[in-house]
Design a protein around this ligand. Structure first.
Ligand code: SAM
Length: 254
């Protein structure tokens, strides 16, 4: 089996949603959410004949997800389920699929409705929705069929805290802590731990938080901050050591 595959996005999805919180959890709860699928011009000819279909499948990459776990509490449940028995966005290969209504094609643009997808999401593929082939309306639906939850919008349980996605410079600017890396690191640690612990309430969540934080510190370009504080290089080493040690279960000490 090949251990790695190369995927090339073929376009981008434009939607009204910039954050996970408040984004519909499935297209059926997003019927008026209109946006555009913008295919790279190179593939434009491959859209011919798509106009005849009322719905299309979009396959795309969940590019803003946190680390995957074997068990997750799905949006529409209160207990853990095996990841592959859910439609949670954080997965080993974070591929999403959504059936959206095709409103109009304009050359390499598709106007679509029913988006449960974040703005700027990389598009991997488009396929026509075939009701004769794709629909089994009377099929058993496991825990989803039994749930009484009526939730229609997402929260942030599967996502990386925004701070982790920002560049180091943006973090420093955002927090107004120019040159005060120790505080930055502590703040990040607290945010990450809180958010990941909130997400699943487990120590695995905290360990994942520390992993993210170490990775963040490793890739941080400390030069910007060094201008304001000559001691930062040494402090970085100390911080990385502290957080590495923290990975060994003593994270409460921080
Ligand atoms: C439960 S998933 C279902 C997506 C799709 N219909 C599926 O079943 O694969 C929908 C949620 O994924 C999240 N999401 C959408 N686009 C994303 C992206 N590019 N990166 C990370 N999360 C995303 C949003 O919070 C949205 O509410």
């Amino acid at each position: 089996m090949k251990r790695e595959l190369l995927l090339r996005p073929i376009g981008v999805i434009r939607s009204p949603f910039s954050k996970p919180r408040g984004t519909p959890i499935q297209p059926t709860f997003a019927q008026h959410a209109r946006g555009e699928v913008i295919l790279d011009e190179h593939y434009s000819g491959a859209l011919d004949d798509i106009e005849g279909f009322e719905h299309v499948w979009l396959l795309y990459w969940f590019d803003r997800c946190g680390p995957w776990r074997h068990k997750v509490v799905p949006y529409r449940d209160t207990v853990e389920r095996g990841l592959f028995a859910t439609r949670a966005p954080s997965r080993p290969n974070p591929i999403g699929l959504s059936v959206v209504r095709l409103v109009e094609r304009r050359k390499n643009h598709l106007v679509v409705e029913g988006l449960d997808i974040l703005d700027g999401t990389p598009l991997l593929d488009i396929k026509p929705y075939l009701p004769q082939v794709d629909a089994y309306p009377d099929s058993r639906a496991g825990w989803f069929g039994a749930t009484s939850s009526a939730r229609e919008l997402a929260d942030e349980r599967f996502h990386l805290p925004e701070l982790v996605r920002l560049s180091p410079r943006e973090v420093v600017m955002r927090l107004g802590l120019r040159g005060c890396l120790e505080t930055t690191a502590r703040y990040l640690h607290r945010k990450l731990t809180e958010e990941l612990l909130d997400a699943d309430g487990t120590v695995a969540g905290a360990a994942a938080a520390l992993e993210l934080l170490s990775a963040f510190l490793e890739q941080t370009d400390f030069r910007a901050a060094r201008a304001a504080d000559e001691e930062l290089a040494g402090r970085k080493q100390a911080l990385v050591r502290i957080f590495r040690g923290a990975g060994g279960m003593s994270w409460e000490k921080l």
